[in-house]
Each structure stands twice: as C-alpha cells, then as structure tokens.
Design a binder for this molecule. Structure first.
Ligand code: UGA
Length: 325
C-alpha cells in the first residue's frame, strides 16, 4: 500500500517543490494551502500545477485555522508543516496579526490535531531568523535565540510549541531552521527575485544598507532534501540548521546576477531594514552527522537556475498579454 504524507503550504515556494519530490518518491500527498494574497495567488496556482496533474496528489484548499485537520492527518505518516506568513521585513505594525494567526495559532492547531490522531511525525519549517543578530558565527543550534524581527519571534514560538507538545505528549518532530532559501519559484518579495526581475525587466535594484550584509543562501532542492531526511530520522535531536554553505554578501550576489543576465542595472542604497540581521552563517555539523545532510547546489549554479526560471515566467506572461491583442 502507498504511504500517505501531508504538506501544508503546498502551493508555496518550498512546499510546491517538496510535493513534487514526495510524489516522485511514490508517496500519496495531500497538500493544504489557502492561497493567501501576500503575493499574487496566481503564482501559487502555477507552483502547484504540476502536482495537481499527477496521480496521488490531492489539494485541500483551506485555511489551517478553519480546517478539520485531524480528518486530513488520519493515515498519514508525516506532516510537513511549511505554511506560514513569511517575510522578515513586513512583520511590523498591523501586519503582525497575520503572523500570529499563520505562524503561531495555525501551528498550535496542527499540534492539537497531531495529538488527537497520534503516531504521525511532524517536520516543522523554522527559520534562521530565530537567532537574531550575532557576531558569533557560524551559528549552531545551541546558539542564543534572540530574534530581532516580529516574524522571527513567531517562528521561534512555533518551535517552542513543538517542544512543549513533545514534552507533554511525546510528539515525534524535527524543526528545520532554513537559511535564506532561493531557486525557481522563490517568493517575489525576496532579494534574488527582486534583483533578477529588476535586471530582466529594466527596473532598479534597491539594496537595504550598504550591501555588505551576508547570508548563507540555500538552494531549494537542498531544503527539500532536508525535509525528506528529517522525516526518516529516528535519533534524539530535534532542531537542525539547514544552510547551503554559500555564505556571500548582497554585493557579491549582485555581481553574480550581473554576469548571469549580462545586464547592468541601476542600483540604489537605502536604509538598513528593521528586523534584518547583518549576517547569517549556518553551522550544519548536526544536520550532516545526524541526518546525512549535505548541500549539493552551489550558488552560481542555483542562481543560474533561478534566472532561467524567471526568464520563462516573464516570457510566458508577456506571451499571454500579447495573445488576443
Ligand atoms: C529569508 C526569508 O524571506 C525568510 O522567510 C526566512 O525565514 C529567512 O530568509 C531565514 O533565513 O530565516 P532574508 O534573509 O531577509 O529572509 O531573505 P532575502 O529577502 O533574500 O534578503 C537577503 C538580504 O538581501 C537581506 O539582507 C535583505 O536586506 C537584502 N535585500 C532584500 C535587499 O538588499 N534588497 C531587496 O530588495 C531585498
């Protein structure tokens, strides 16, 4: 009999890639997604199209906070919880209530449903933003946790909730702290997406700060692989850094994009964004020794794939606009 898994945030950037990988691996996949309008829901429809056309995939188009989750989780061996209100820089002010609903309340609802159903493993998507600002690099999992964005605080609350359900009800779970994931289907608010579209469509690149901030960028297939490994893992560790091993500055990224697209783009330097940390760098020793995680895609290769994907997206969109004129 085929094995069943559930992916929340199935039409999102990482979730949609994970669904395809799980289908390739022979699983029956139930995706949950509410197609929020944080960015164009049509982009998400595009992300999930390939999975929808395949046998063994089923989509529950509902808000986690309103959904009968226990019914969906019954018979599953793993729930991959990727649904979230993402975005570090937008999590201030009145937007924060969306972060609470999507990242804290929805996670608690998932944990309650897992408790009710029993015997289902959880892989929770966390974030490097739980660490906050530090000069103590690279960050390992024992590092002090002091988020500097409201978003990071909600992702950390999600981790805390997983831990306390484990303490009280023996939940089987792993939390993956992703470090700035990129690649085809990357969310349009993220740096690479904004830089690449500005390059390809003749816009202007806005750099927050002086561009010397660094990130440990992680290609999406490596983040997906980490989910697969974490689902299978039976050891005692719970929290894992998932980094791509490509720590570079924003200025370095711009140089690679310039070479890849062959275009010079007007660049302006704005104030540093509140909530952004200066540097991230993942110590992935634990993920490597416990899960067997080893990032496989180097930055230049991964960026070239993201640029190619954006070229297709723009070509298709322009083709549609031209059609019938
Ligand atoms: C990303 C994701 O958006 C979060 O959801 C995730 O949790 C987080 O990674 C993580 O690793 O924990 P971020 O690192 O801010 O957050 O990712 P990008 O949007 O790709 O930004 C990377 C850097 O580029 C930041 O320093 C940002 O200030 C800068 N940036 C971004 C610009 O200079 N200009 C832009 O237009 C966009």
């Amino acid at each position: 009999m085929k094995r069943k898994v559930v992916v929340t945030g199935a039409a999102g950037f990482i979730g949609s890639h994970l669904c395809e990988r799980l289908l390739d691996d022979g699983y029956i996949v139930t995706g949950i997604d509410s197609f929020t309008d944080y960015y164009d829901p049509e982009r998400k429809r595009g992300n999930i199209r390939a999975s929808l056309s395949r046998d063994g995939f089923d989509l529950v188009e509902e808000d986690i906070n309103k959904c009968d989750l226990a019914g969906v989780f019954k018979g599953a061996e793993t729930v991959f919880h990727l649904a979230a209100q993402a975005g570090v820089r937008r999590s201030w002010g009145s937007e924060f209530s969306f972060y609470i609903d999507s990242n804290i309340l929805a996670t608690q609802k998932i944990l309650e449903a897992l408790r009710e159903v029993g015997g289902v493993r959880l892989v929770y998507s966390s974030s490097s933003s739980v660490y906050g600002e530090t000069r103590d690099l690279p960050m390992n999992e024992e590092h002090r946790l002091k988020p500097v964005s409201p978003y990071g605080a909600t992702k950390l609350s999600g981790e805390d909730l997983c831990a306390l359900y484990d303490f009280n009800f023996d939940l089987s779970y792993a939390a993956l702290r992703y470090f700035t994931v990129y690649g085809p289907r990357q969310r349009p608010d993220m740096a690479f997406s904004r830089f690449i579209t500005a390059s390809l469509e003749g816009g202007e690149i806005e750099v927050y700060g002086d561009g010397r901030q660094t990130r440990d960028f992680t290609f999406v297939s490596d983040a997906v692989e980490a989910n697969i490994l974490a689902a299978r893992y039976t050891g005692d560790e719970k929290i894992f850094n998932i980094g791509g091993g490509s720590r570079v500055s924003v200025l370095d990224v711009l140089e690679i994009i310039r070479k890849e697209t062959g275009k010079e783009v007007k660049t302006s330097f704005l104030e540093r964004a509140k909530g952004d940390v200066l540097d991230t760098w993942a110590d992935t020793t634990r993920a490597s020794s416990e899960l067997g995680f080893a990032p496989a895609v180097k930055l230049e290769e991964g960026l070239a794939k993201e640029v190619a994907w954006y070229k297709d997206l723009i070509r298709n969109r322009n083709g549609r606009q031209g059609f019938g004129k």
